[in-house]
Design a protein around this ligand. Sequence first.
Ligand code: SAM
Length: 253
Amino acid sequence: MKPKKSLGQNFIHDENFLNKLNGEIKSGTKTNIIEIGPGKGALTKYLIKKKYRKIILIEKDNSLIKYLEEFKEENVIIINADALSFDLLGLNIANDGVIVGNLPFNISSQLLLQWTKFKYWPPFYNKMYLMFQRELGERIIAKENSKAYGRISVLCQSRFSIKKLLLAPAGIFSPKPKVDGIVLEFSPINKYKQINIKKLETILRKAFLHRRKKIKSSLKDYIEVLTKNNFDLDKRAENLSVNDYCRISVLIK
Ligand code: SAM
């Protein structure tokens, strides 16, 4: 079977790496695990040996389903669907969910943002273990005053505590991609309870549209609120912390 580039099919063949990743993923008899893009089951074969209430596999490529059928046990559910349009909330998992995935690189940020922007927070899952291209992973965890810091850093860090879990050198994949990967662990936080994620997104879009502009210009729509609350108007988008952005989103109407 020829791997499909359009579906980001870079399969992990390094058993050492898979073993390590599996060791990091929490399990429990009440936990439901959702694996996105299980492929031929490289990681799945480890997951099924652990204790989970349900193991839900969501794979878009119809031709890979036959490989996954080999793992079919009572608690394994195989879904042939596109994770981008699949409604995870419809699975009715109460609150002990775990999402894992060696995600297709081309849609990994889209998927992550989808799972970051659930209206009700904390969400139904309490951990996510996701693989990204290393460069994107570094942007997700970047702190203010750095080049890598941007919209995705603020959005994600407003909702998760994020840990760098494992580096994934390009050589562990087949076919070998041009870049290395990184696995991040996401734990939902409730620190910024009152933030409205849509409002936060709007502010971030304006601020980072021209990231070198001072906020007195990029965020001029909120100038009154910023002045009244002693924000330094000479700062630029990348100088405001996650906390600053969350504060602004609460302060504005
Ligand atoms: N987990 C496997 C592994 O590590 O070897 C495969 C990982 S591969 C990087 C990404 C997988 O996601 C492929 O199996 C691909 O077919 C699947 N995929 C691609 N787009 C998808 C989508 N929109 N929804 C669900 N699965 C998708």
